[in-house]
Design a protein. Structure first.
Length: 81
């Protein structure tokens, strides 16, 4: 099943212009599944230290009272994460 997801995500990366990586994380930001175009993706964007901030961001954003967040888009240098 994991290999099927990796293959589908890899196909999606190849089909969508500008998409360099797909990372699925748990609530704490620990990567569960990571597929990336290693040539085009900044190494620091896929490090655990960077990804773990998503859990903190979710907690802080939920305090705004706008309902539960399921997705976060962040900017990193010249990339959206």
């Amino acid at each position: 099943m994991v290999e099927d997801l990796r293959r589908q995500f890899s196909d999606l990366i190849n089909m969508v212009d500008g998409l360099h990586a797909i990372v699925v994380t748990d609530r704490e930001g620990v990567p569960v599944l990571k597929v990336a175009d290693e040539k085009a993706t900044p190494v620091t964007a896929l490090r655990l230290k960077f990804l773990s901030t998503s859990g903190t961001t979710l907690d802080q954003a939920s305090k705004l009272g706008l309902s539960t967040n399921r997705t976060i888009v962040s900017m990193y240098s010249n990339y959206q994460v």
